[in-house]
Design a protein around this ligand. Structure first.
Ligand code: SF4
Length: 264
């Protein structure tokens, strides 16, 4: 499933022309219509028999998302890969799509891989989570375990950068300082070290740490690990904010880098 529901559809094609049977012989028109109606019903598009004649612009954002899921399911895959499946949807529609994906997962037994920054989506849909930074897996484990006991500072920062309604927390949200690394010339050592609140010298000088088991079924790539960070350091990281001066400095650096590239 693509991230952008607008680019997933041909604006001039009605939904009945869109069953996604790549790699297979196209279905005859009459069978294609029946198949699309069946798929639209499966993803709970109301009045599927008439909506099958509609163009993409006649569908709402949530309906296009459902139609995209239907396209993904048309080949009856054993694995459905969904790239940011709820981006650009309002919260109510997001909840409906999440519920639909859960139901389809249960009904069809289709495994799902979500690519997302939406922690709420991960918490509500996934069993296992893989956290990536700069193209590397930095932590992996069961969702409950990772949410309760993250061991990599990036995972810890991500989880503390979003508000949660299930706990009465008075702490400030954590902002991750700096910018994502340049992947053409990434920083030496741990790729997260320029942004890590718990960095030590070894992180900058030694080769990148390996993924090591840190708990049952949980691996992380870090020299320090959150369980070894003192409460004082955690408290300091929680209260740190990106100052206006620091933000301006970062912007200046980025601008001068860009003009340097343009001048080359
Ligand atoms: S290895 Fe060092 S810089 Fe990298 S995440 Fe761990 S503490 Fe932070």
């Amino acid at each position: 499933m693509r991230q952008d529901d607008h680019s997933a559809f041909d604006p001039e094609a009605r939904s009945r022309t869109r069953p996604d049977h790549r790699g297979q012989d196209p279905l005859p028109a009459s069978l294609a219509r029946t198949r699309v109606v069946e798929l639209l019903k499966r993803v709970r598009v109301p009045a599927a028999e008439t909506r099958v004649n509609d163009y993409p612009h006649q569908f709402s954002g949530g309906m296009r998302q459902r139609a995209m899921i239907a396209m993904g399911l048309s080949n009856e895959p054993s694995l459905l890969i969904a790239d940011e499946p709820t981006t650009a949807l309002d919260v109510t529609v997001q909840a409906q799509i999440i519920q639909l994906m859960k139901t389809l997962n249960r009904e069809l037994g289709t495994a799902m891989m979500l690519i997302t920054h939406n922690m709420a989506l991960v918490a509500s849909l996934c069993q296992r989570v893989v956290v990536m930074y700069a193209g590397r897996v930095v932590e992996e484990g069961p969702v409950d375990q990772i949410f309760q006991n993250p061991q990599h500072p990036y995972t810890w920062s991500l989880l503390r950068s979003v508000p949660r309604v299930d706990e009465a927390r008075k702490d400030r949200l954590v902002s991750i300082r700096g910018l994502p690394p340049d992947l053409v010339s990434p920083p030496p050592g741990c790729k997260f070290h320029p942004r890590c609140p718990f960095v030590i010298d070894k992180c900058k000088t030694d080769p990148e740490p390996q993924l090591l088991e840190v708990a049952t079924n949980q691996v992380a790539r870090c020299w320090v690990l959150m369980r070894n960070v003192s409460q004082e350091d955690v408290a300091a990281a929680k209260t740190s904010v990106v100052s206006v001066e620091a933000a301006q400095k970062l912007k200046q650096e980025a601008t001068s880098e860009e003009s340097g590239i343009a001048g080359r």
